[in-house]
Design a protein around this ligand. Structure first.
Ligand SMILES: *Cc1c(COP(=O)(O)O)cnc(C)c1O
Length: 423
């Protein structure tokens, strides 16, 4: 059969783009060749609706073993007692949790999208904001951090059934213990969506959400460095506190409700090729090499934040505990959109991002978000962070000067040749 060059030539171009540039998008990473091999395997051909041992299709002998491996490894990694590794993405994991635990019209409380929250935590344009009644907590203007007393006040006023902690652009660690106290006080379930820092949490570099949160969701492709996907975990299974019943009127354990929330609730057949890739990635995440990796991610982020602050950038909360940071560019007289556009011309990939108390639209924004997960996989260390910040500073200060931007791009392309990927 003739190769489909139209598609494969474009894949090759994307391959080169990933090799040439500095990848600072905080939600991206480079999965290992083994992870990609599993994701590109014959498992894509298999239907396996249901769970291992309880499938609606024949021929699941091997995918059952693979899915069980993924489940056992993620449980070991996080000290969980139950996991569902089928969610196709982080958004799907959250959809399954909400479908399983809430009724349409119930109240939810999440982190403000414009302060760094996620669409699936109650945004008006997302199912979570359309099916449920959302309210939000945010950060303080002066500190850029969450004031737990204010979260408690909002929770007591709104009386939500579900409280969500976790974000897409919050650089500080979370006080899950205080969130749980608030949830208990108002009779809410507590969900931690650790999509971003899950890799650092897995290896003990940040607070442990499973100790306090009823339910934990994450993506698998951010700091966890697996294939694109999501999952749901519990440390302690429990009778659902709202006495939620199945359509047949049975009260069930939370794990069982969550399994049904994934399938048949919100998904059809699981992506067994992706689940195999998750199993490979979770195996990698249990290794000493991955421990070194996450430690380096955190060191790099701290070095980058320090360097940004030293060069006069307004880093929200003045630093970071995890792998990312949010930069308010208003003091540099450039919008997030213009900064993103100038930086991509220099082969530096970042994303524009709303900053807390932003006065611009989500399409323009006043800030950018940067993270160190991908460049650390690439092999960069603390001493490289100042060089990156110098390039960012130079491009932003000269964002209309093509000559300067082109010279930065050539330097970056040359630099990155020393750090081959996918070897
Ligand atoms: C990235 C992210 C998600 C969504 O993940 P997708 O795989 O893109 O659906 C959900 N929640 C948070 C907090 C995220 O950062």
């Amino acid at each position: 059969m003739q190769k489909d060059n139209q598609v494969f030539d474009l894949i090759q171009k994307e391959h080169e783009r990933q090799l040439n540039g500095l990848e600072l998008i905080a939600s991206e990473n480079f999965a290992s060749p083994q992870v990609m091999e599993a994701a590109g395997s014959v498992l894509t051909n298999k239907y396996a609706e249901g769970l291992p041992g309880k499938r609606y299709y024949a021929g699941c002998e091997f995918v059952d073993q693979i899915e069980n491996l993924a489940i056992d490894r993620i449980k070991e990694l996080f000290g969980a007692t139950w996991a569902n590794v089928q969610p196709h993405s982080g958004a799907q994991a959250n959809a399954a949790v909400m479908l399983a635990t809430l009724n349409a019209g119930d109240k939810i409380l999440g982190f403000d999208l414009s302060h760094g929250g996620h669409l699936t935590h109650g945004s008006a344009v997302n199912f979570s904001g359309k099916l449920y009644q959302p309210s939000f907590y945010g950060v303080e203007k002066e500190t850029g951090t969450i004031d737990m007393d204010k979260v408690a006040d909002t929770a007591k006023k709104e009386m939500p059934k579900l409280i969500i902690c976790g974000a897409s652009a919050y650089s500080r660690d979370w006080d899950y213990e205080s969130f749980r106290a608030i949830a208990d006080e108002v009779g809410a379930l507590l969900l931690a969506d650790i999509s971003h820092p899950s890799g650092l949490i897995a290896r003990g570099l940040l607070n442990d959400p499973l100790e306090y949160c009823h339910i934990v969701t994450t993506t698998t492709h951010k700091t966890l460095r697996g294939p694109r996907g999501g999952l749901i975990m519990l440390r302690d299974d429990f009778e659902n506190p709202f006495g939620l019943k199945t359509p047949k009127g049975v009260v069930r354990k939370m794990s069982s409700l969550l399994d049904s929330g994934v399938f048949p609730g919100t998904q059809g057949g699981p992506l067994e090729h992706v689940i195999a890739a998750k199993a490979v990635a979770f195996g990698e995440a249990l290794s000493d090499k991955y421990m070194d990796y996450v430690l380096q991610v955190q060191k790099n982020a701290q070095a980058m934040a320090t360097s940004l602050v030293n060069r006069g950038f307004d880093v929200i909360s003045q630093g970071t505990d995890n792998h990312l940071m949010l930069i308010d560019l208003r003091s540099k007289d450039i919008t997030g959109k213009d900064a993103e556009n100038a930086l991509i011309k220099a082969d530096i990939t970042v994303n524009k991002n709303m900053v807390p108390f932003d006065d611009k639209s989500p399409f323009v924004t006043s800030g950018i978000r940067v993270g160190t997960a991908a460049i650390t996989t690439r092999g960069l260390v603390e001493s490289d962070m100042d060089r990156i910040v110098e390039y960012i500073d130079k491009v932003i200060a000269n964002h209309e000067n093509e000559t300067v931007i082109n010279s930065v791009r050539s330097e970056i392309n040359e630099w990155m040749k020393g750090y081959p990927l996918f070897k």
